[in-house]
Design a binder for this molecule. Structure first.
Ligand SMILES: NC(=O)c1ccc[n+]([C@@H]2O[C@H](COP(=O)([O-])OP(=O)(O)OC[C@H]3O[C@@H](n4cnc5c(N)ncnc54)[C@H](OP(=O)(O)O)[C@@H]3O)[C@@H](O)[C@H]2O)c1
Length: 302
């Protein structure tokens, strides 16, 4: 066999292997009884969108829930909604602003002390108002600090708080919500992409450290989901509702990395097959369109 033939064969084996794994993960969801991890789930950013859907679905599956979000009234409303639907579920609420100074993490530490925490969903996150080049972001100093605190510090701090006990009892699940934008450069969303990239690598590193000690850690990298943050109001094949998305993602919790939803898996597969300069150009083109629309809308309302 010539050198060229050998290279061709190795490349073919790699492509077939990747495709096989992709199809297997797409078609073979692994249903796990989340109650086996412990009695409580902690969900950050749990009064809207994906976080709220996780809180409700985990209560439905038999867990007590700690809701952590910024707005007290919304927390009380979601707690009421969960207890109205699943009256066996206990719900605790902690009002906490993750973009404020990190010294107050003791509020959360005190709030969850003594609870048998089996599941942590590190969901809280903020994004751009609209895609923009990094040099043109308004009030950029505040924006940078807030986004890093909210998207990065929250994940590392909450994980640090619950992981040692999970390891001790050899049981637990931590889902860290990254984004498909964290998998590769996303021009016009640079800081968001960077913070989500941190979550992706941090989670996959922990997954490898922890799996043999009974704890699953997952990097969850969704594409578009209907929510306030995405600005998408109508569900479609590409952008499911948070409820539909979460049911699908919970069927994949044992995977160290997933997008959580089948059309997002296809999107990720396609993007990861492209050379980086091509995917960056494509993303730049799409997001430039989103930016232009947002600026037009803004100028009309001003
Ligand atoms: N939606 C998508 O298309 C999409 C795609 C990929 C990844 N994601 C990721 O998924 C996660 C959830 O997004 P989402 O679309 O569900 O967002 P969302 O609908 O806007 O909900 C955000 C939640 O986080 C809370 N929150 C926001 N800032 C906070 C802060 N500083 N401190 C405490 N709580 C705060 C909000 O509570 P209050 O209302 O009380 O502030 C709300 O409960 C994020 O990490 C996001 O990056 C979303």
């Amino acid at each position: 066999m010539t050198l060229l033939e050998t290279i061709g064969l190795v490349a073919l084996i790699c492509i077939v292997g990747r495709l096989g794994l992709f199809i297997y993960q797409l078609l073979c969801p692994v249903k796990v009884d989340v109650k086996k991890f412990g009695q409580w789930a902690v969900v950050t950013g749990s009064t809207d969108g994906i976080g709220k859907a996780y809180a409700i679905e985990l209560a439905k599956r038999g867990l007590n829930i700690v809701l952590i979000s910024r707005t007290k009234e919304k927390l009380e409303q979601v707690a009421k909604e969960i207890q109205g639907k699943y009256n066996n579920a206990q719900v605790k609420t902690i009002a906490f602003d993750f973009s404020k100074d990190g010294s107050s993490y003791s509020t959360i530490r005190e709030g969850i002390r003594g609870l048998d925490i089996g599941v942590l969903i590190n969901n809280v996150g903020m994004s751009y108002e609209y895609p923009e080049t990094f040099d043109k972001i308004e009030e950029s100093e505040k924006f940078v600090t807030n986004m890093i605190r909210c998207n990065v510090d929250s994940v590392a701090n909450l994980t640090q708080m619950v992981l040692p006990d999970m390891i001790k009892k050899r049981s637990g699940l931590i889902v860290n919500v990254s984004s498909i934008s964290g998998r590769r450069p996303s021009p016009l969303l640079g800081l968001y992409s960077g913070t989500k990239g941190f979550i992706d690598l941090f989670s996959r590193s922990l997954a490898a450290e922890c799996v043999s000690r009974g704890v699953y850690v997952q990097s969850l990298c969704p594409g578009y989901v209907v929510s306030k943050l995405s600005g998408i109001r109508k569900a479609s094949l590409i952008a499911p509702t948070p409820e539909k998305f979460v049911v699908s993602a919970l069927d994949r919790v044992t995977l160290p990395f997933t997008t959580g939803y089948w059309t997002h898996e296809l999107q990720e597969f396609f993007l990861s097959s492209l050379p980086e300069f091509v995917s960056s150009k494509l993303i730049m083109h799409v997001l430039s369109g989103v930016r232009a629309k947002a600026l037009k809308k803004r100028s009309k309302t001003q």
